[in-house]
Write a protein of this length. Structure first.
Length: 136
């Protein structure tokens, strides 16, 4: 653990996280990866690998941080990842289809089995003429 903290001082953050993981300090490793490396995907991977049953509730803290950053930076990909981890699949899919007025096209209704392909097709057809005009 001391070696991991020494590596943080030398700005070798990935190595520091690796040393902390070897020392079973998952929380410290996740904090370094989130704050210093700014890599939420790696944080989720570490959490899922080291604590698959989420006994320490670290995944919940990481998801809360991901959702906060998604809102702060208006990042639909981060929001999608956070919602998917929280098992909110309908909202996660709808997150990836924003419309011009910042509201989301609801291509999925209340249940995953109720996928509305017509809304997706309409959105694709609306965007297609705009793309053809830009090419000319």
């Amino acid at each position: 653990m001391k070696n991991g903290l020494a590596l943080v001082g030398k700005k070798k953050f990935h190595l520091a996280a690796a040393f902390l993981i070897c020392g079973k300090d998952i929380k410290g490793a996740v904090q370094i990866i989130l704050t210093r490396c700014n890599d939420p995907c790696l944080c989720v991977l570490i959490c899922k690998m080291m604590d698959p049953k989420n006994e320490t509730k670290i995944v919940d803290q990481v998801v809360a941080t991901i959702m906060r950053r998604a809102t702060e930076f208006n990042d639909p990909y981060l929001a999608n990842m956070g919602l998917w981890i929280k098992r909110e699949f309908v909202q996660a899919v709808n997150q990836m289809m924003p419309s011009e007025d910042k509201k989301h096209v609801n291509i999925m209704r209340h249940n995953v089995a109720e996928f509305d392909i017509s809304a997706l097709e309409e959105k694709i057809l609306e965007d297609k003429p705009e793309q053809e005009d830009k090419e000319e």
